[in-house]
Design a protein around this ligand. Structure first.
Ligand code: DGP
Length: 113
């Protein structure tokens, strides 16, 4: 989608600090980091939120989770620990309407509310 910021980042129309990518997913550093390591994982294809994953091929969610684990290893936080979360909709605090997982780590993140 032309007007989607994360589509444009994934297509490298807008520059970002890309950490890992493959044919289906791109991981780049969050512009407003909330932890020492804060990376966003997005599908290259425009998917508005986790709610829309059910309309996509069945293996996509599994591939996304595997990509996040690969990213955690790449960042060196797989053993120390990390948090992977996605915000969905208004109550979830989703600001960008393109599915993205936040991967946070590099420090003790405390409790989730
Ligand atoms: P969410 O509230 O879950 O939709 O999180 C959106 C995140 O996206 C937020 O942590 C800030 C980040 N973000 C927004 N615009 C940009 C951008 O243009 N570049 C990067 N790297 N991150 C962005």
């Amino acid at each position: 989608m032309d007007d989607c910021i994360f589509c444009r980042i994934a297509a490298k129309v807008i520059p970002s600090d890309i950490v890992l990518e493959d044919d289906d997913f791109v991981a780049f550093r969050d512009a407003q980091p909330k932890a020492l390591q804060h990376v966003l994982v997005v599908p290259r294809e425009h998917i508005a939120s986790l709610n829309d994953l059910e309309h996509r091929p069945e293996g996509m969610g599994d591939a996304l989770m595997r990509f996040i684990v690969k990213l955690a290893k790449e960042l060196g936080i797989d053993e120390s620990g990390y948090r992977a979360l996605t915000n969905v909709g208004p109550d979830g605090g989703q600001e960008v309407q393109h599915l993205h997982f936040h991967v946070l780590g590099g420090e003790n993140l405390g409790d989730v509310r």
